[in-house]
Design a protein around this ligand. Structure first.
Ligand SMILES: *Cc1c(COP(=O)(O)O)cnc(C)c1O
Length: 811
């Protein structure tokens, strides 16, 4: 690519020129934000040129393409990632050195594109990275939220949510195509009529919204294929209702416009929890309808017949949120393209694939019949017909088995079940790790597995090892390359060559020094933002992820209280100093998760200010967890806490990022932890606690008595009592009482049951850390075996096993 050839001098010249033409400034009197824009514009112009060639190449080769439909894309920053992929990061840094400016300062001007909640959205982003790098024509389709995930501030130990107006100063990376809108219809009445043999449908009195595509180029590493992330923005069809305007009702005229545009205003902040709000359903149909319309339009331009659609197009639905794409494709194929039901259904099932992300019941998406019927009347009729036909098929298969037919129905109890719709309309259904895929087959979707066993799969998630190692831990990446060559950047499994260095004293020392440097940087950040001094020679023990009860941040903090009690009792106890790091957001309406954040702060206040423990343990909560912070925290962590209740974390991807950077994992036998342990060996990871089968059994028997565990374990009892005896918040001693009661009476996530094992696992970590030659050997082993968890491997499995997608010829 042309960009790769650019020289340091040319970069400097281009920045200066852009500053003049865009802002009428010189480098000396430009603001940071102007310099950022000048650089980003330079890069984006180079990209845009190649983008056109890239599209042309895909078209000429008539290559099959995949569209990844997702309500969330948690992209993080673009500039650094694009510079890395173009391999000009070093040159740009050099240019800034010569200009006597701090490059990191300039980069930090860019806001995170936080169009996602957590793992699901970040997975979509990692997939885009891998597809572009591997030369696979794969595009993202989503919503251009004006406000991304809220920014988290902590006030008096409590989470406070602030808006995230990430587009406030514009977005250099997007290209808006207001002249290529799609129209999306809501509400109104249907009128069916015949045109010859063909049943047709007319929409009366519906609300029509314009969907404007905003395209973002997606680069791969050293790849000359540039894919597209297409984000849809809602725009009112009429600029203003001039009728109202002339009548003097200016405000009403504006309000109507606002009503349409509110669709793409903001991301719903619930991670794995469905709200069932009217606007959320509108968002789903809005982006799905616009996407399917534009995909079909592009396909028709190739001149191929619609019956061959699936040979050129695969459409992936990321969880059930975009499942309305199935009836939407049916609608267009039948109502607008004149295909019959059987033809349209056949094409749908060959085109769509669906990934399930969680088995938590609160995440299972259903919508009331009434809502879908009123908002999307034609879509409802199609879903109804899908259900009727499926029920008749089931009746043939299981005559008289009403219970089963009822259980499997897409529409039951006046609700539409999106997962069932997604399964029926797709040719592939997958879980995101081995265990998760098995649970889907054996429990969650058991009935469907019996009818369609061939469509169920497990495809273990992965992460962009380029973003989370090459970019986030540059020095470590360089040291790795010096030893095993550069191939690992595109062939992550080659990291295995590092195994030869696991016992190498010099490399152990290098890893240790780089970790120390990263810890120093994080300690500086913590001092600046939290005003807490942390010891960089302490163990950095990290749990960063969304706050959810099943992830058990509560167990982590109860253990910290226990450790604190132990140190108070025996100040000479030989534990190695430890810094407990938390970061993560709670959904604004999730009271319990927010209370756990408060508890962490109360414990931190107490522990950090107790001089008698001489700083042996510190507790830090870093506010506003996002991708950029992940890139800062993870390479600085010694211990990775992945302690979800077994069976609850479908895969996890945070776990993989830590492993890749050589942290030691303390985790449960859950999600991808299981496969990580298989890859790296039992001795290189600490797995503790109940297994999924055990939990399942205890639940079935209904035999769990958390109060007995409380009675039998005095250390735990002490910690529990401290929740309610005023130790933590003397001014408000009842604040944590609900946690205490819930643990004693229900403990639905088995925190008390796993507590003892968790304490022992932590002690083991302490012992291991005090044997440096063993500790750092394990660190290297983890990096060496992390290659499997690259999203390149995941994408290879999807393209071969699900999408039937091949790389485009780069010439
Ligand atoms: C990777 C990532 C996640 C997912 O973390 P889990 O530990 O798998 O829940 C969430 N948020 C951000 C910002 C991430 O980078």
């Amino acid at each position: 690519m042309a960009m790769v050839e650019i020289s340091v001098e040319e970069i400097k010249a281009s920045i200066e020129l852009k500053l003049q033409t865009l802002f009428g400034r010189t480098f000396q009197n430009a603001s940071k934000s102007q310099i950022y824009k000048a650089l980003a514009t330079t890069v984006s112009e180079y990209i845009t040129k190649d983008w056109a060639y890239s599209k042309e190449r895909v078209r000429k080769q008539n290559a099959k393409q995949v569209y990844y439909l997702s309500m969330e894309f948690l992209m993080g920053r673009f500039l650094e990632n694009n510079l890395m992929n173009l391999e000009i990061r070093e040159k740009v840094k050099k240019a800034f050195e010569e200009l006597d400016a701090d490059f990191d300062d300039i980069q930090s001007v860019e806001p995170d594109a936080g169009l996602g909640n957590g793992g699901l959205g970040r997975l979509a982003a990692c997939f885009l990275d891998s597809m572009a790098t591997m030369g696979l024509p794969g595009h993202g389709n989503g919503i251009r939220y004006e406000y991304g995930l809220f920014q988290q501030k902590i006030k008096d130990g409590q989470q406070v949510e602030m808006a995230d107006p990430w587009l406030e100063y514009g977005n250099v990376w997007e290209v808006s195509k207001s002249d290529e809108p799609q129209l999306v219809h809501f509400g109104g009445e249907l009128e069916y009529y015949h045109e010859g043999e063909q049943l047709k449908v007319r929409y009366l009195n519906c609300q029509c919204v314009k969907a404007i595509p905003y395209d973002v180029p997606i680069l791969g590493y050293q790849s000359n294929l540039i894919n597209t992330l297409r984000l849809w923005g809602a725009r009112s069809l009429k600029p203003l209702d001039m009728g109202l305007f002339r009548k003097g009702q200016y405000v009403d005229a504006l309000a109507e416009k606002e009503l349409a545009e509110v669709i793409s205003k903001m991301l719903y902040p619930e991670d794995i929890h469905e709200e069932g709000k009217h606007l959320r359903l509108k968002q789903q149909y809005f982006f799905v309808s616009a996407s399917i319309q534009s995909i079909i339009k592009k396909y028709k331009n190739t001149g191929h017949h619609l019956m061959d659609f699936h040979k050129n197009v695969a459409i992936h639905i990321n969880d059930t949120h975009p499942a309305l794409a199935i009836p939407e494709l049916m609608r267009i194929l039948m109502d607008e393209e004149g295909l019959n039901w059987k033809q349209a259904w056949l094409i749908s099932r060959k085109t769509f694939a669906y990934t399930n992300h969680t088995i938590l019941p609160e995440a299972m998406e259903t919508w009331s019949v009434e809502l879908i019927q009123s908002l999307l009347p034609r879509i409802y009729d199609i879903i109804h017909e899908i259900n009727e036909r499926f029920s008749r098929e089931l009746w043939e298969l299981y005559p008289g088995d009403w219970d089963r037919i009822e259980r499997m129905a897409v529409i039951s109890h006046q609700r539409v079940h999106m997962a069932k719709l997604a399964i029926l309309g797709s040719g592939s259904v997958n879980g995101v790790a081995e265990l998760h895929g098995e649970i889907l087959k054996k429990e969650t979707f058991k009935d469907f597995y019996e009818v369609y066993p061939e469509i169920f799969k497990s495809i273990t998630n992965g992460i962009s090892h380029r973003r989370f190692l090459l970019l986030a831990n540059e020095d470590l990446a360089r040291e790795i390359t010096e030893r095993i060559g550069k191939s690992w950047v595109t062939q992550a499994e080659d990291l295995e060559k590092l195994e030869a260095y696991a016992k190498d004293e010099k490399f152990q020392k290098v890893l240790k020094e780089i970790r120390r440097e990263k810890k120093k940087e994080l300690a500086d950040y913590i001092l600046l933002h939290n005003e807490i001094e942390v010891d960089i020679d302490s163990i950095f023990d990290t749990q960063v992820k969304r706050f959810h009860e099943y992830k058990r941040q509560l167990m982590n903090v109860l253990h910290i209280m226990h450790l604190y009690n132990q140190i108070l009792e025996n100040p000479e106890n030989g534990i190695h100093p430890r810094t407990f790091i938390f970061s993560g957001k709670a959904a604004p309406g999730y009271h319990r998760a927010k209370l756990i954040i408060k508890l962490i702060h109360s414990v931190a206040e107490r522990v950090n200010n107790d001089k008698t423990i001489k700083g042996k343990i510190k507790v830090v909560f870093i506010e506003n967890y996002n991708v950029t912070l992940a890139q800062k925290i993870i390479p600085a962590s010694d211990v990775s806490k992945q302690i979800s209740t077994a069976g609850k974390e479908a895969s996890g991807t945070g776990n993989m990022k830590f492993m890749l950077n050589g942290a030691f994992t303390l985790g449960t036998f859950d999600g991808a932890n299981i496969e990580m342990q298989q890859a790296v060996g039992k001795e290189n990871m600490e797995i503790f606690g109940l297994r999924e089968e055990e939990i399942s059994k205890i639940r079935q028997e209904g035999s769990y008595r958390p109060d007995q565990i409380y009675e039998e374990n005095p250390a735990l009892r002490k910690v529990m009592d401290q929740l309610i005896d005023g130790t933590l918040e003397p001014e408000d001693p009842d604040i944590f009482r609900e946690i205490y009661h819930d643990l004693l009476e229900r403990d639905p996530y088995f925190i008390l049951k796993d507590f003892e094992a968790y304490c022992r696992a932590n002690e083991k970590i302490d012992e291991l850390y005090q044997k440096p030659e063993i500790w750092w050997e394990k660190g290297i082993q983890n990096i060496a075996k992390a290659g499997y968890f690259s999203s390149d491997r995941t994408i290879k499995e999807y393209s071969e096993g699900v999408w039937d997608l091949k790389p485009v010829d780069p010439t």
